[in-house]
Design a protein around this ligand. Structure first.
Ligand code: GLA
Length: 391
């Protein structure tokens, strides 16, 4: 049975009502990593792995939420939001808090949710959760909030309530994703353009290391600080630069002596990565897969050597693809220290490449890698459970 239907049935069983069904997707990021919080460019896409919500409004202030995947219920009051040790309710309460502080007069709601975005794999299940609930509450309470504002609220929910200083990419693409297209986002102006990603014989395949090193959290915040530190040094002489993305590689090099070695490496990575996103979009327009793929390998190299957010498992998976003529590009994806690599692989060879990767990875780390062949899908939306999903 389709996931959305299962969620709907559970909702009817628990609450005896017919709910609205919302689908909110996870994401991949083709290129542009650790650039969003430096106000640079990213190139993500929503995927065919999603969280489904069944939801109805209530007349009181109680929120009753059931997480189907783990069979757990959580209740909270609209005006009584306390951080939960369980973890997952915080993403939802964070959204409620954002609506509260923005002055929307919310009521309680009943909700069942569940999905197939693997947790901890770097596919932004948390952003899907936040974006999905923000979208759902906006709809059932008729607030008329535009999508961009929902994105910002969903991001703030994570920053303020969950306590992760993430950038805007994940929530943006979850809400703005478009089937068949990647989205180039300027994270400063929030201008965006869709680029068709239509290489007929190529698929986006994710190799999940199935590791998630505990460094991820602290090092993410540390990288943000290092970038800010580099920017501050440059700003001493160039006051008009607002973000790292304003600094050219030549200017960085002219100021190299003023920067400590680590800070220089971080800044160099970010500046070059912004350039790569723009080049990657040109490659897409020229339908030049080889150029696109080689930029992905360069990104990985930068993330691994200069930004230092990779790990041996991710490096190993990328290295395995390097001499394979059927793989056009490969790199670690997301925050780092575990999760997935993203790969562009010829359709006819997916099976053989996957087999090779799984065998070699298992031999080296004694871990069964998980593999997901993904499709680019639409962003958060209402769906009809009885219709075939278009996404
Ligand atoms: C995580 C964050 C994003 C982004 C990426 C790295 O996914 O949530 O905002 O910073 O890491 O590109």
């Amino acid at each position: 049975m389709r996931l959305a239907k299962i969620i709907e049935l559970k909702f009817k069983e628990l609450f005896n009502e017919t709910p609205l069904i919302i689908r909110s997707p996870g994401r991949v990021n083709l290129i542009g990593e650790h650039t969003d919080y430096n106000m640079g460019f990213v190139l993500p896409a929503a995927i065919d792995k999603a969280i489904y919500f069944a939801i109805t409004p209530r007349n009181d202030d109680d929120c009753v939420v059931f997480a189907l995947d783990i069979n757990e219920e959580y209740k909270f009051g609209i005006n009584n939001l306390k951080k939960s040790k369980k973890g997952w309710p915080n993403y939802l309460m964070g959204v409620v808090e954002q609506l509260n502080v923005s002055g929307y007069s919310l009521k309680g709601f009943n909700c069942v949710f569940g999905g197939n975005i693997p947790m901890g794999a770097g596919l932004s299940s948390s952003a899907a959760l936040e974006a999905g609930l923000a979208f759902a509450l906006n709809y059932i309470f008729n607030f008329g909030i535009d999508k961009l504002k929902l994105v910002k609220m969903a991001q703030k929910a994570e920053n303020k309530f969950v306590g992760v200083e993430c950038g805007i990419m994940d929530q943006f693409i979850s809400l703005f994703g478009k089937s068949g297209n990647v989205l180039r986002l300027d994270c400063r102006s929030l201008e965006y353009n869709y680029f068709p990603f239509n290489f007929e014989n190529i698929s986006i395949v994710l190799f999940d290391t199935c590791v998630s090193h505990s460094l991820a959290f602290s090092e993410y915040n540390q990288r943000r600080k290092e970038c800010d530190e580099g920017l501050k040094v440059i700003q001493k002489d160039f006051h008009h630069f607002q973000n790292l993305r304003d600094v050219s590689i030549d200017l960085l090099n002219e100021n190299k002596a003023k920067l400590n070695k680590i800070i220089y490496k971080r800044c160099e990575y970010v500046i070059r990565e912004n350039e790569r996103v723009l080049k990657a979009c040109t490659a897409l327009e020229n339908h030049d897969l080889a150029a696109f793929g080689s930029l992905m390998y360069k990104t990985h190299e930068g993330l691994s050597k200069n930004y230092e957010v990779s790990c041996k498992e991710l490096d190993f998976l990328v290295d395995l693809t390097k001499d394979n003529p059927h793989v056009f590009g490969s790199r670690m994806m997301g925050g780092g220290f575990g999760g997935c690599t993203i790969n562009l692989i010829e359709n006819d060879s997916i099976e053989s490449v996957n087999k090779m990767i799984a065998a070699e990875y298992n031999k080296r780390f004694n871990i069964e890698a998980k593999i997901y062949v993904t499709k680019i899908s639409n962003g958060t939306n209402i769906i009809d459970v009885n219709e075939n999903e278009k996404a």
